[in-house]
Design a protein around this ligand. Structure first.
Ligand code: 6GU
Length: 269
């Protein structure tokens, strides 16, 4: 996988990516990373890459030509038109399935905007994918590009020590990962669940699967709807729903009783 990042802050990308697992993968050649400074393609003597927006309004806009020239330098070198991801809150929301799909590309170009954005005309000419990393506003596309490259990297064969973990962690099958424990056996008075010490692999797998489903039920019910469960497992979830509804009803009637009592004491005073 070859990442090419078009940015005004190349050192931010390099510092972020040359660390930990992605750093090791770059060192071993499984990934390559080039952060291309758009400012190097400014066509005026002041290296200026931004200007005021036509029609007025706040802030500066990145101009089309430097962005285009920076992109073209990549296209010329690799010899074909790669996918170009523009990081923008107006894009499709990034998702594990997108990471998996993008990991199959030979080259990926990330275009990072800053200021108030980029001249629309160059976006129309070079961008193939508009991607957002969630519904909040950031100051630029560099962090989102790094978020995407991190998750894409771990889907590239060989990048993780244990490739199985790329598939079994949270979101595989739309379930969250089960809880995990390491030594010591007792910490702050909390004991590791007995089943994990039992050495019974069948029971361990069963427990982990149930924990995954239960966590997803409690923390991300929206994900659970899309999860691939057996009929027996869906029945278990229905039991939990019934139980939690009953617990809620019990709480409600307790509250109502308490309020009734308050009213009674108020009336008697
Ligand atoms: Cl991809 N870019 C910016 N600037 N802000 C964002 C975003 C992207 N995704 C969420 N907020």
């Amino acid at each position: 996988m070859n990442f090419h990042v078009l940015t005004l802050f190349p050192e931010m990308i390099e510092n972020g990516m040359n660390t930990s697992i992605t750093g090791r993968a770059i060192g071993s050649g499984l990934l390559t990373l080039e952060a291309i400074n758009i400012r190097d393609f400014a066509y005026n003597k002041h290296n200026k890459v931004d200007d005021y927006t036509y029609g007025g309004g706040a802030g500066m806009l990145m101009q089309a030509e430097p962005v285009y020239l920076a992109y073209e330098s990549v296209e010329k070198r690799i010899g074909y038109r790669p996918r170009v991801v523009y990081l923008t809150p107006q894009g499709q929301v990034f998702h594990q399935s997108m990471a998996r799909e993008l990991a199959r590309e030979q080259d990926l170009v990330f275009l990072c905007g800053h200021y108030e954005g980029i001249d629309e005309r160059v976006l129309e000419e070079i961008v193939t994918d508009y991607v957002s990393i969630g519904d909040y506003v950031l100051t630029g596309g560099e962090l989102p590009a790094m978020v995407m490259m991190d998750s894409i990297s771990r889907m590239v064969p060989g990048v993780l020590n244990n490739q199985a973990s790329g598939e079994t962690e949270s979101f595989a099958g739309n379930l969250l990962e089960y809880p995990q424990y390491s030594r010591p056996e007792i910490w702050h008075g909390k004991k590791v669940p007995d089943v994990l010490l039992s050495g019974h692999h069948g029971n361990v797998e069963k427990w982990r699967r149930e924990q995954s489903i239960c966590r997803t039920f409690l923390r991300r019910p929206d994900l659970l709807k899309k999860a691939d469960l057996t009929n027996q497992e869906w029945n278990m979830v229905r039991q939990w729903k019934k139980q939690s509804k009953e617990r809620l009803k019990a709480q409600l009637s307790e509250q109502q009783e308490a309020m009734q009592k308050e009213r009674e004491t108020d009336e008697n005073s």
